[in-house]
Design a protein around this ligand. Structure first.
Ligand code: SF4
Length: 360
């Protein structure tokens, strides 16, 4: 069901701080009075926060795609049988607190579980929140020691929660300690901050991310309307400082599940010097069934983008296999075996099949 559009309110009525309660969302015009009770019940179960700049963007967004992503609704209390507390199986790969080591050459380091905004479909919604577990000094030492003693780790992914919620001073400390580990070649930062609260991407914070190792910033962004002028300027501050940016997008029913909407997002990201990286099939997080769609629909959407959208703007469509079995591309496929050994049939962007190698 589409999210009802919020009532217009004057721009100068921007809230002074993040909206965290159903009453505050109603007062700001982000939910109708009839939805307040449902939103209150959701807020008692899952974290809610909408920073002021995002509240403005939601009000400006005539599609309702932003409200749907960030404003709590009663549907979140409907739990389907297949939904899981830990949908991608982080717990099965957590050797020490704050570390997820699922693939040999890389780890997630989660210094905190708080975010500037709480996405209503979040795969870690059972862990994140303002009181979300943050690593204390000893726990951070232990997590870094784990990375140090596992020589196979080449990439460290700062995730959470949103690591850019940390102060510039704490980030700089963590970045320099990771960079000091010889076998680490790449540090990746997963964040929603440029979209959620662009003003937090200050010059000091950008400087804190720079270190002696290659650093990539991966923006979570699902709809073109998230890329406000302020959000684009925040990304430009990162990129201009020499930090390459990628984007990950979650395929969400009622937000970006048609080809035209997805194409606009992918073009806007690429034009903003942000390379689309992954398109995630939504995870089986509890209370998120209203966002999920069949895999076939995602594959058909990707197929329709092939040929009409440049290769540099194409993400890889992936599924995190429930139970912690890892992330894999889920198509569409363009190749199937032919009748004879060594023969293949390749599908072109228009859907016609061609033998490969071509028949003589
Ligand atoms: S920013 Fe990321 S971790 Fe935080 S609520 Fe959104 S999806 Fe979850």
């Amino acid at each position: 069901m589409p999210h009802p559009l919020p009532a217009r309110r004057p721009k100068d009525a921007r809230p002074a701080r993040s909206l965290r309660k159903a009453g505050e969302l109603a007062e700001a015009g982000l939910i109708a009075p009839s939805e307040e009770a449902g939103a209150r019940a959701v807020a008692a179960r899952y974290a809610v926060a909408v920073p002021p700049a995002l509240a403005d963007a939601i009000m400006e967004d005539a599609t309702g795609a932003l409200a749907r992503q960030f404003v709590p609704r009663a549907e979140e209390l409907v739990i389907a049988r297949e939904e899981l507390q830990d949908p991608i199986g982080d717990d099965a790969h957590a050797p020490v607190k704050g570390i997820v080591h699922r693939y040999a050459d890389r780890v997630l380091l989660k210094p905190l579980h708080a975010c500037a905004v709480y996405c209503r479909f979040c795969f870690r919604r059972e862990q994140v929140g303002p009181a979300g577990d943050a690593l204390d000094a000893d726990e951070l030492d232990a997590a870094l020691r784990y990375i140090e003693t596992h020589k196979e780790i080449w990439e460290v992914i700062l995730s959470g929660g949103d690591p850019l919620l940390l102060s510039a001073r704490r980030l700089k400390d963590i970045m320099s300690r990771i960079a000091a580990i010889d076998h680490v070649g790449v540090i990746r930062i997963h964040t929603r901050m440029p979209v959620a609260d662009p003003a937090r991407i200050t010059r000091a914070l950008v400087r804190a991310l720079k270190c002696t190792k290659a650093v990539y910033v991966v923006l979570h962004c699902n709809h073109e309307a998230e890329l406000t002028a302020d959000a684009k300027a925040a990304c430009a501050r990162l990129i201009d400082a020499g930090l390459p940016m990628l984007a990950q997008t979650v395929l969400l029913k009622g937000v970006n599940d048609d080809a035209a909407t997805m194409e606009r997002l992918l073009r806007a990201l690429t034009a903003g010097r942000i390379k689309p990286y992954y398109l995630h099939h939504p995870d089986l997080a509890r209370g998120t069934g209203h966002f999920r769609l069949p895999l076939e629909q995602g594959r058909a959407l990707m197929e329709s983008l092939r040929g009409r959208l440049s290769g540099i703007a194409q993400p890889t469509y992936v599924l995190d296999i429930p139970g912690g079995h890892g992330k894999v591309p889920v198509g569409p496929g363009y190749l199937r075996p032919g009748a004879a050994a060594g023969e293949w049939l390749v599908t072109d962007p228009q859907g016609a099949e061609h033998p490969y190698p071509p028949k003589a």
